[in-house]
Design a protein around this ligand. Structure first.
Ligand SMILES: Cc1ncc(C[n+]2csc(CCOP(=O)(O)OP(=O)(O)O)c2C)c(N)n1
Ligand code: SF4
Length: 262
């Protein structure tokens, strides 16, 4: 099987805007799934609501497109009822961390055996660009016309603190690293959380002085700081450059997990 075999071509044209990063994330996820040798009959994709959550609709397996914020609750149900299935969740920063925030921390605490891929475009894309829990301070959105005044959630650090067994963060620029991280997540028993910082040119970029997709991708590339480098800077007592976010593998451990096949 190759990536094309997993792609539901009869659903084209897709809904994504030109330059959206979501297609890259789907491609990397399907490359990881293909690399694992998984079979379509044994694999279920689950999502909530949002542009990111439309992803399972383009994949040739059984899938659940659920209610906003509830992807992890539905996925937990699938995994507990059928532990032999491979469960992969696609979600967005709003779906996962705003309306679904409580489900997120408890799924990590329970360490349910699934892989969660969050497309963090730092905005509510589907509904026209409202601020989300990851909208950076000072960023413009339809609900923060003078710039967001709120501190943001670090989704990957939240998953580490709540108990997930595998946590990594990359961006839609880092396709090879992202594919490797998703593969590691698929291989790890318990909850694997892979955050992908991705570009939404339509509702984030054009309001935040990143009008071109290339500018958004360059911004992600130049502001990504390897977690090992961050730890080294901290150990040396040196300052972390302003506006940087960490990428890489944040945790890999073997806490007891729920729903692991026997
Ligand atoms: C209960 C409920 N409240 C609000 C909505 C409207 N709604 C649909 S998608 C969405 C935000 C999606 O944002 P995010 O999860 O970040 O996904 P993106 O579209 O950016 O990929 C909202 C508020 C809804 N569908 N259901
Ligand atoms: S609104 Fe943003 S996230 Fe949604 S499809 Fe368009 S670019 Fe992608």
């Amino acid at each position: 099987m190759n990536v094309e075999d997993w792609f539901r071509t009869d659903r084209l044209p897709h809904i994504y805007c030109t330059g959206c990063g979501n297609g890259t994330v789907i491609n990397c996820t399907l490359a990881a799934v293909t690399g694992m040798g998984w079979k379509q009959d044994d694999t279920v994709f689950v999502s909530g609501i949002g542009c990111s959550s439309r992803a399972p609709g383009y994949i040739e397996t059984d899938s659940l497109h659920t209610t906003h914020g509830r992807a992890l609750a539905f996925a937990t149900g699938v995994k507990m009822a059928k532990p032999d299935l491979n469960v992969v969740v696609f979600t967005g920063d709003g779906d996962l961390a705003a309306i679904g925030g409580n489900h997120f921390i408890h799924a990590c605490r329970r360490n349910v055996d699934m892989t969660v891929v969050c497309m963090n475009n730092q905005i509510y894309g589907m509904t026209g660009g409202q601020g989300s829990p990851t909208t950076p301070m000072g960023a413009q959105s339809t609900t923060t016309p003078y710039g967001s005044a709120e501190p943001t959630f670090d989704l990957a650090e939240l998953a580490v603190a709540a108990g997930a067994n595998y946590v990594a963060r990359w961006t839609a620029y880092h396709v090879k690293e992202l594919t490797r991280a998703i593969t590691a997540g698929l291989q790890t028993p318990g909850l694997s959380f892979i955050e992908v910082v991705t570009q939404c040119p339509t509702n984030y970029g054009r309001r935040n002085k990143q009008r071109k997709v290339s500018e958004m991708v360059e911004h992600m590339r130049s502001h990504a700081l390897l977690v090992e480098k961050k730890r080294r800077l901290e150990a040396e007592g040196r300052a972390i450059p302003e506006g940087m976010f960490t990428v890489g593998e944040l945790v890999r451990r073997s806490r007891p997990a729920m729903g692991v096949r026997r």
